[in-house]
Design a protein around this ligand. Structure first.
Ligand code: NAD
Length: 508
């Protein structure tokens, strides 16, 4: 890991990493980043004080005055260079993400690939920030709308996608002409510093002020500064529903804008007409991939009674063969949870669901000794439930899969929708009527609804996000860019008269 850190220009890891940048300041308490893979200390970082925060905001406000004047396609060209810089650093950054977060190396590299993809998307977008033109009801008048940058965008991100979610926001915001301040998860600060170094080099090469990309490291307090700050017109926050409620309320109380990407409780419905050959890998990847720590992880499996026993038996067999261990070893299927607090949540959730009548089919074990010395490895667990108890309705960020039996598709859809969250959903069926019913207005109430594809693993081209307690925000593709801009309607009179709208007369 030392070589990886050196290649990513992360120095002085034991004294509190420093970069010499004003857009990333830290003079506060020391924060240590430990790897959940083996429990080793990776490095120490100084957290931002309120004074540091003020410096970063000032830099950002100064930079905005310059950046908003740069033509959008030119901003796109700089984002293209950022994509190239990420390509050049993909191997090392992917390794750091894997080691600091605990996801597999494939997923670490995949996360960097997602950053590269969103750069490409943003470059094209920089020439497509379209507004509409309308026909004015008044003679010799022209009416149209245009989109202007908003200003300073605050980005609060979660530990499970330590870098990709930031890039979904930042790359779009940058081509839109905004400047960004990133508050990464306090559990993955080094991955964020590595990104900041990569981006700053590109900004320097283009003579762009460093305040275009600011970074503030710290715990929730630092996130609260952003949420409360009237100088930050948009706060995009990814994380738990608890966090989203706090940030959403703080931003709303000052009438700012928030974009919330919160918890999910995603289900797959498997009908009697499903192709079980593709169901099984989709469920296993969705439920145990990233050790159940994706917002789109499959947490509930709603099975038609005719195939229930068959699917259940196949899953239990596969779960018994899963290899759990160091995620950097490509032979392993399941890595660690992020920390021992997450392990405690796993244990407590299983205890509670048992008390609610759930039957454990496999799993329910914290692994120890040998390769598991970090204390963060658990066995993926399957629990059979007869109804959606409070624990089933709750998002536990761990590999716990609940099996639920149904008779009719109406009943299955009601179960799928019967939780507070609304992020991702899927149906497996070869019957077009069932598929269309699931996708229709009375079907899935989620932001993402798939047919014959599992719940996790979205592409950047679509708008990503969900309803209800998932927060309602949309990021990444489609027209999500509009979140980062303000709309202005312009009416231009090129006549010699001053006609009023709606034919109103006002003679003086
Ligand atoms: P978390 O809510 O504990 O922390 C997320 C971020 O919010 C961190 O940077 C944290 O410091 C900050 N924060 C916490 N409380 C805050 C407050 N009151 N004010 C301001 N900032 C605050 O979440 P986590 O454990 O890092 O991540 C897991 C959660 O994130 C899960 O619920 C998962 O579903 C969700 N998630 C959602 C998406 C999505 O796109 N919907 C994507 C990834 C993760």
């Amino acid at each position: 890991m030392k070589n990886v850190l050196r290649a990513l220009k992360i120095k002085a890891v034991n004294e509190g990493v420093s970069t010499g940048l004003e857009s990333w300041a830290g003079n506060g308490r020391m924060l240590s980043s430990y790897s959940p893979v083996d429990g080793a200390l990776i490095g120490k970082v100084r957290q931002a004080t309120h004074d540091d925060y003020e410096k970063v905001i000032t830099k950002a406000e100064e930079a905005f005055k310059v950046w908003r004047q740069v033509p959008a396609p030119k901003r796109g060209e700089i984002v293209r260079q950022m994509g190239d810089a990420l390509r050049a650093n993909k191997d090392n950054l992917g390794r750091l993400v894997s080691y600091e977060m605990g996801k597999s190396l494939q997923e670490g590299w995949g996360e960097v690939q997602e950053m590269i993809d969103i750069c490409d998307f943003a470059v094209g977008l920089s020439r497509q920030l379209y507004g509409l033109s309308m026909h004015s009801e008044r003679l010799q008048h022209r009416m149209y709308e245009q989109w202007h940058p908003l200003g300073v965008v605050g980005i609060i991100s979660a530990f499970n996608f330590p870098v990709a979610v930031w890039s979904w926001n930042a790359m779009l915001a940058w081509v839109c002409g905004d400047v960004c301040i990133w508050k990464p998860s306090e559990k993955t600060p080094l991955s964020a510093i590595a990104c900041q170094q990569i981006i700053q080099e590109v900004l320097r090469n283009n003579d762009v002020p460093e305040g275009v990309s600011g970074l503030i490291i710290g715990d929730r307090k630092v996130g609260e500064w952003l949420a409360d700050d009237t100088r930050v017109p948009l706060v995009s926050a990814t994380g738990s529903t608890r966090m989203g409620k706090a940030v959403g309320q703080a931003v709303a109380s000052r009438l700012g804008r928030s974009l919330l990407e919160l918890g999910g409780n995603n289900a797959i419905i498997v009908t009697e007409n499903a192709d079980l050959q593709i169901v099984i890998p989709a469920v296993v990847f969705g439920a145990v991939g990233t050790a159940g720590q994706r917002c789109t992880t499959t947490r509930r499996l709603i099975l038609h009674e005719s195939i229930y026993e068959d699917v259940k038996n196949r899953l239990v067999k596969i779960y018994s063969q899963l290899r759990i261990g160091n995620p950097l070893d490509t032979n392993n299927h399941v890595g660690p949870l992020i920390d021992t607090d997450a392990v405690r949540s796993y244990v407590s959730a299983i205890e509670k669901v048992k008390a609610e009548g759930g039957k454990i089919l496999t799993g329910n074990e914290v692994l120890s000794g040998g390769d598991y010395e970090s204390g963060c490895y658990v066995k993926p667990t399957i629990v059979e439930v007869s109804q959606q108890t409070p624990m089933v309705c709750h998002e536990t960020f761990a590999p716990i899969l609940y099996l639920i039996k149904y008779k009719t598709l109406d009943e299955a859809i009601a179960i799928q929708n019967g939780v507070p969250q609304g992020l991702s959903s899927a149906i497996f069926t070869l019957n077009i009527r069932e598929a269309e019913q699931f996708l229709a207005a009375g079907g899935s109430d989620c932001g993402i609804a798939n047919v014959n594809i599992g719940t996790s693993g979205a592409e950047i081209g679509g708008a990503f996000g969900g309803e209800k307690e998932t927060g309602g925000g949309r990021e990444s593709g489609s027209d999500a860019w509009r979140n980062y801009m303000r709309r202005q309607t312009n009416t231009i009179n090129y006549s010699t008269q001053l006609p009023l709208a709606q034919g109103i007369k006002f003679d003086i």
